[in-house]
Design a protein around this ligand. Structure first.
Ligand SMILES: [Zn+2]
Length: 44
């Protein structure tokens, strides 16, 4: 599940279920990304 930081707008992956934080700016308010539900394959 990917999340979008509401502060900087970058995508952040959940590190832990109970602790989700933006890895770029440290902001702790993220929104679930719902635009690509059909694509769950990581291309990293
Ligand atoms: Zn951020």
């Amino acid at each position: 599940m990917a999340y979008v930081c509401l502060n900087c707008g970058k995508k952040a992956k959940s590190i832990e279920k109970s602790f989700i934080r933006c890895q770029y700016c440290g902001y702790r308010v993220l929104a679930k990304e719902r635009s690509s539900l059909a694509r769950e394959i990581s291309t990293d």
